[in-house]
Design a binder for this molecule. Structure first.
Ligand code: GLN
Length: 447
């Protein structure tokens, strides 16, 4: 296993069952997903030696399906970042674009897949953390509908936004891994049965050609949907997601759309003014939730001890001062501020209003299209070190991925091609709730 690009934090093998759909395959796991007996750091010095006493549901499902876990992958600290540079274990380098970031926060997961050091991987996606690294590394990543995949045993960052998602070289393989991890879990009350959700849906639910009974029956047949058949596919393109994008990216995007059109798809522009507010709504929501979710890392309940010396406030403060990196500290502070009495209405509540607006308008747009397409990332992979100095620019790079999280909808990133300079560009399809089959089918036409 090559390690020079720093994709893994821990390489301890967890063997899977002898047979099953993943037998003989390795599935690397992001280091914020609990593995019994194998340390789980979240990319943070705070959890440097934390060893969970139980497996996350997704880990149980992978090993029961025959998958072997070769190790735990590098990530931005607690998932906070877009480049895997905020990890306490050092940056990961993009294995297919030397000197560039692999995307984040699941950068280690995408890097080990593209480097061939795992067949597939799991990431988590709160605002794009599966899709961004998939796009930057030239592989496939899926952010499932909120509630499709259990979050039990996943360390929470922005719990109302995040889902665990597969990363793999092809859409079919990503779909196979999704089949293994999807489905309700009694340990996570936010999970839903896709069968019920789809039969109840009177929208297109991803495939106008299916009746509601058919939709319900094949609800979890994701790999079968990766058939590349896009004849008649109706694609909506929100121009707001192209306006600010780098020309090197939009060129590759339109070439890919031309290719899809030549194979029987049609497309039309859609106008989604609400998307201009997605990044703001996302960061206020994510930071607010993070400020609450990360309260447990105080050195007593979890994390490195602050060394009790008679004053608990100081003990907690010391643990957090020493254990958290800069990005985590500033987000906890901003989130606490946005939730504080007097500012709650101005920030947190406004963000929730924007979220409701985004949800409603995207769902409306999906009444008039099977899927919505955009570049996954508005920019090609940044150079290592470039965005650390400029967090605002880094936040803006999430403009195209955050809408799916805010609207709880499924989205896939597939390789669309490369810039003239050889940097990977990803194309994103967003679909209706529990319409994973629609985005998988559309994506499989490209990868
Ligand atoms: N880049 C976004 C953030 O920093 C998304 C991260 C994620 O999806 N975990 O919050």
């Amino acid at each position: 296993m090559s390690t020079e690009y720093n994709g893994y934090i821990t390489t301890e093998r967890i063997d899977g069952a002898d047979d099953g759909p993943l037998a003989g395959r390795t599935v690397a796991v992001k280091d914020n997903i609990s593995t019994e007996g194998v340390r789980t750091t979240c990319g943070s010095a705070m959890l440097d030696d934390y060893v969970p006493p139980y497996d996350a549901t997704v880990v149980e499902r992978i090993t029961a399906a025959g998958g072997t876990i070769p190790g735990k992958t590098n990530m931005d600290e607690f998932g906070m970042g877009t480049t895997t540079e905020t990890s306490a274990f050092g940056s990961t380098e993009n294995p297919v674009a030397e000197g560039h970031v692999p995307g984040g926060s699941s950068g280690g997961s995408a890097a080990v897949v593209t480097a061939g050091d795992a067949d597939m991987a799991l990431g988590t996606d709160t605002g794009g953390s599966v899709r961004a690294p998939a796009a930057f590394c030239g592989v496939v990543g899926i952010k499932p509908t909120y509630g499709l995949v259990s979050r039990y045993g996943v360390v929470a960052y922005g719990n109302s936004l995040e889902q665990v998602g597969p990363i793999a070289p092809t859409v079919k393989e990503a779909a196979e891994l999704l089949e293994v991890i999807a489905g309700p879990d009694p340990s996570d009350a936010t999970t839903r049965d896709a069968r019920e959700a789809r039969s109840a849906s009177d929208s297109r639910a991803g495939d106008a050609r299916e009746t509601s009974e058919e939709r319900s029956e094949d609800a979890y047949d994701y790999a079968a949907a990766a058939d590349g058949d896009i004849d008649g596919l109706d694609i909506g393109i929100p121009m707001e997601l192209l306006d600010g994008a780098d020309e090197r990216v939009t060129e590759v995007f339109w070439d890919a759309i031309d290719d899809l059109e030549a194979r029987g798809a049609t497309y039309h522009d859609v106008d989604l003014e609400c998307l201009r507010y997605a990044v703001e709504a996302y960061y206020v929501t994510a930071m607010s939730e993070a400020s609450s979710n990360l309260a447990r890392f105080d050195g007593v309940r979890y994390g490195q001890s602050g060394g009790y010396d008679g004053n608990w406030n100081e003990t907690f403060a010391r643990a957090r001062e020493e254990g958290f990196g800069e990005e985590v500290k500033s987000r906890v502070l901003l989130g606490t501020y946005a939730l504080s009495a007097g500012y709650q209405d101005k920030y947190y509540k406004k963000a929730q209003d924007a979220r409701a607006w985004i949800k409603r308008d995207i769902n409306d747009a999906l009444e008039g299209a099977d899927v919505l397409a955009s570049p996954t990332m508005p920019v090609p992979p940044m150079e290592l070190g470039e965005s650390l100095e400029d967090p605002l620019t880094m936040y803006l790079a999430d403009a195209n991925t955050t809408p799916a999280n805010l609207a709880n909808l499924p989205a896939i990133s597939v390789p669309a091609g490369e810039t003239d300079g050889g940097l990977p560009v990803g194309l994103q399809f967003m679909g209706p709730a529990f319409g994973e089959r629609a985005i998988i089918r559309a994506g499989s036409a490209l990868a």
